[in-house]
Structures are given as structure tokens and as C-alpha cells.
Design a protein around this ligand. Sequence first.
Ligand SMILES: *Cc1c(COP(=O)(O)O)cnc(C)c1O
Length: 403
Amino acid sequence: MTKDHDKLSDPALWSPDTQLVHGGVLRSQYGETSEALFLTQGFVYANSEEAEARFLNKSPGYQYSRFSNPTVAMFEERVRLMEGAEDCRSFATGMAAVTGAVLSCLNAGDHIVSARALFGSCRYIVEDLCPRFGIQSTLVDGRDLAQWEAAFRPNTKAVFFETPSNPTLEIVDIAAVCQIAHKHGAVVIVDNVFATPMLQKPLKLGADVVVYSATKHIDGQGRCLGGAVLASKQFIKDYLHDFHRQTGPALSPFNAWVMLKGLETLPIRVERQCASAAKLADHLAGLPGVSKVIYCGRKDHPQYDLAQRQMTGGGQIVTFEVAGGKEAAFRFLNALRIAKISNNLGDAKSLVTHPSTTTHQRLKPEARAELGISDGMIRLSVGLEAADDLALDLETGAKAARG
Ligand SMILES: *Cc1c(COP(=O)(O)O)cnc(C)c1O
């Protein structure tokens, strides 16, 4: 009894569902129920002595919303609790978070190893941006541990990957890659967006840094852009703290406030989306003209066992292929009445994407082929609509694809 009672006084020991509703709340003198929105750039001081003390870090409080803000601080603390991390910094977008995590810990002359199956903009950071600043990069097949091992050099300082990957849902063995990287003294940064914060805990598997686009499941209702980086206090202090303050990728208090409300419903939304995704993956596999279905929760996923080991669910994304290439895929998408054509994901609305002509258009055809992104491939982000309606919608699409 005493033990259970103690548990309630420490938010770190609450269950995730409780942390996501109450975690990090800073109540003002008015005792508001819902988190307050502090839409302010700066803060005023009672006198010059207080201002001086604040700038010397000797008086607690806020200075300027590029550094921190009470609403933003509530968001960071709630995400930190959810992830079980020591510290968190929030960003205006997921890409600002990725850029901050990667660039803040690297210098000219360093080397980064990354899985080649990456979100398009993440691949730009590693493949195009890093080399411009003298940071060499190597891309590997993230599924192949021998390639990871072979890619390390004496100056390799960081490893970056996402798992499952966009859009082909390739899985990287987080624990195994962390073991290799740490042997070589490299920091491991994981983009955990596709797994969602609910289904996979990279820090527990050995990763040093976790990155989110909060734009996806954390908002989950298509409104705001945002991002977060979670890491040890040491990593934030040594690398990210100054980078974040001085380069200015701060999350807007308004967006932080929207995201705080998103976090409250994150577990039930993701649970429902995953349940529908599992049903729809099986449904798609039975539709004529659908030549392939990739879903992390299906036994025919090539890395099903690994997915089962490091994820607690199959996820919210289903990727599939229709016979007949681009024309058939376009007929499929254009016939849908409920799922919308959009390159976003994690939304309450089901969204469908044709990766080869949108998110992965920038890649050379050979690079797309290497990643297994065919012209008939469609990525489905399953929303909160009734699964039966979505199943019917997909049947309509498949019928149109057959022509
Ligand atoms: C969307 C996304 C990003 C980028 O996030 P933004 O909020 O759009 O900047 C990065 N990685 C993955 C895996 C994503 O899905």
C-alpha cells in the first residue's frame, strides 16, 4: 500500500497515460484546469537586480521565449516524462529537431553513418548538408548489421536512423546498432516518428538521442508543426543547449499549447489507429490487384520477429503495392472518397501518399529502386475513421486500379 501511495507523488512513476494528461503542468495563480497559453515573447523583471540575477542563472524564471517559455516548458516536460528521458528541447518542426540533434554534436572532420532508408529531408541533412560543412557521411542498408559494422571510421561520431522507415517499413535492430556504435564511441540518434512514442522506446534499447516530428502523432489532428529532441542532461548541456538558444529553432508557445492537448489523447488515438491499420493491412492483402502489403504487425513482414521484439504494436502505417505501376496507383488514389491524398501522416484523417512522385521524387530512380520504392507503391496513414468505412474505401480504390 505504502509503495503504491509513493508512486503517485512522483510523476516519473506514473503510467504513460497519466503522465500524458497531468505531466509537466505549471499552474498559474488562477488555478486553471487546462494548461495556460503564455503567448509572450519576453518577461519583465521586478527590478534591475532581478534581471541581472536571471541573466547570471542565479534566479529561476524565464527571460525570452527563444530560450524557453512556460507553455513550451510544460510541453517539454510532458514529452520528457513520456519518453523516460533526462532532458528535452522542443523545436519549431521535426526537421529543426533532426538538424539540431545531428549538427549540434558534430564538427568539421567528423563522420556520420546513417541508414539510407530515411524520410526525404533527413536524407538531405545527412547526404547533402553535412558534407557541405566538412562532415563526411556514409549511407548503409539499415537492416544489414555487417554494413553498419564496416562503415565505422576512426572519426565516426554519430549514427542516425529511423525505424520503421518511410515508406517501406524496414526495421533497424536498435539494440544491435547501438552496441556497434558505442564500441566505436559514436552517439546514436533515432528518429522515432514512424513507431510513434507509444510503440517503441529507443532510449531503453540503448540509443542516446530520440527525435520526434510532433507534427505527426503528437498533434495528430493536422494543425501545427513541431519537434522534440530527447537525450541525457549531459548531451543537452554539451551540445544542444547553446545551439538551440543561439540559432533560434524555438517552438511557438501556441503550437506547444496545441501539442499539449494532443499529448493527452495520444495513447487512445494511436491504439485505435494501430487496431484499424492491422485490420486494413489484412483486408488489403485479400484485394485483387494489390500485389504486396507491408505492415510491421503482419507475419509476412520480412523482419516480423525483430519488429515484435522492439515494438509493442504494428504501427499506424500500411504500405502496399498495386499491379500496373504509376497509372494504377493514381487510379487507386483518385477513386478514394474518405482517405485523402496528402504527404502527411499520423493524422485523425486517413492520408494516402504516392511516394515515388511526391515524398521520394527527389531521389534518382536507382536510389528509389535500391529502397524498394516502386511506382505502384502507396503509403496509407490510418486515421480515426471507422475501419469498415476505410475498408470499403480501399476496395473502391483497388477496383479503380484494376481499370
Ligand atoms: C515528418 C517527418 C520528419 C520531419 O518533420 P516535420 O515536422 O515535417 O519537419 C522527420 N522524420 C520523419 C520520419 C517524419 O515522418
